[in-house]
Ligand binder design. Structure first.
Ligand SMILES: NC(=O)c1ccc[n+]([C@@H]2O[C@H](COP(=O)([O-])OP(=O)(O)OC[C@H]3O[C@@H](n4cnc5c(N)ncnc54)[C@H](OP(=O)(O)O)[C@@H]3O)[C@@H](O)[C@H]2O)c1
Length: 253
């Protein structure tokens, strides 16, 4: 398979290595300099590309997706921080008739972790004495916060815990935190590849479930498997769709 890399930073390079390991060719690399406002993405540049893999920056992802879709090329998008423009992006992808697989986290382990958190939240929902909260840590170069993975975890928790109505990464200037607020703590330090922990804090004990990435290989390998899977599909897909298809599991909402 011939791949284009949109964004050639830490993740772009890791995807290149993972793609080569699985026998794919990287035939086009566009980093910031070659691709202002997505203008490096043209039908001519994309000629012969089967799937484009975007690990760029939040401000570039939407242009990149739109222009790649218009060039008729399927996409895997790992960039986070553009979710508020999701409906616009999905419309462009559907209009172009290409496939888009996007996920805040391509690690298979993290996607299984989402299911562990779903189950933990379901079990703890009747016990509001256990106060849920979330901690995420990443390397200091990461620009968006909280992480896309943390946002997905807040969706899972808010949907299942009746005592939590909204999330916040800020503490109030005065007074205590409202118990109906799910607190999200963000750490940016050094070269942390990615850590997410969900805690349920009770009066006498504490339960914590936690995922820690040891490096970028897990994200990159998942993105390459995703590229193999999305090729030739039309529509917008998530890692839930990919995992359900690969494991023969039922479609998950
Ligand atoms: N889904 C997942 O599994 C997963 C895992 C890890 C990270 N991520 C996300 O993936 C994204 C990239 O992470 P990273 O650690 O690789 O960041 P990074 O090292 O900063 O790399 C981003 C690259 O994108 C380039 N870029 C900027 N504008 C561009 C444009 N218009 N077209 C093409 N490339 C452009 C940057 O170039 P300059 O440096 O020259 O500006 C940089 O080389 C982030 O949003 C991160 O949150 C997702």
């Amino acid at each position: 398979m011939n791949l284009a890399l949109l964004g050639y930073g830490r993740m772009g390079r890791a995807v290149e290595a993972a793609a080569r390991e699985r026998g794919h060719s990287v035939v086009l690399i566009l980093d910031a300099d070659e691709n202002p406002e997505g203008r490096g993405i043209t039908p001519e540049a994309m000629d012969g590309v089967d799937v484009a893999v975007d690990f760029s920056v939040p401000g570039a992802a939407v242009d990149n997706i739109r222009r790649t879709a218009e060039a008729g090329v399927d996409l895997v998008v790992g960039t986070t921080g553009w979710e508020e423009r999701r409906s616009e992006v999905e419309e462009a992808v559907r209009a172009a008739g290409v496939g888009l697989l996007h996920a805040p986290n391509f690690s298979i382990g993290v996607n299984l972790f989402f299911r562990v958190v779903e189950e933990a939240a379901r079990l703890l929902a009747p016990f509001d004495a256990y106060d849920a909260h979330l901690v995420e840590a990443h390397h200091r170069h990461k620009v968006d916060h909280p992480s896309g993975t943390a946002r997905k975890l807040t969706d899972i928790l808010l949907e299942r815990l009746p005592g939590k109505k909204e999330w916040s990464k800020d503490l109030p200037d005065e007074g205590a935190l409202d118990p109906s607020v799910l607190q999200v703590s963000v750490i940016r330090a050094g070269e942390v590849a990615g850590m997410h922990a969900v805690g349920f804090d009770g009066a006498h004990d504490r339960i914590e479930v936690r995922h820690e990435a040891r490096g970028r290989e897990g994200f990159a390998g998942g993105a390459v498997l995703g590229a193999e899977w999305i090729r030739g599909k039309a529509g917008v897909f998530s890692m839930e769709d990919f995992l359900a298809d690969r494991t023969g599991d039922e479609e998950r909402g």
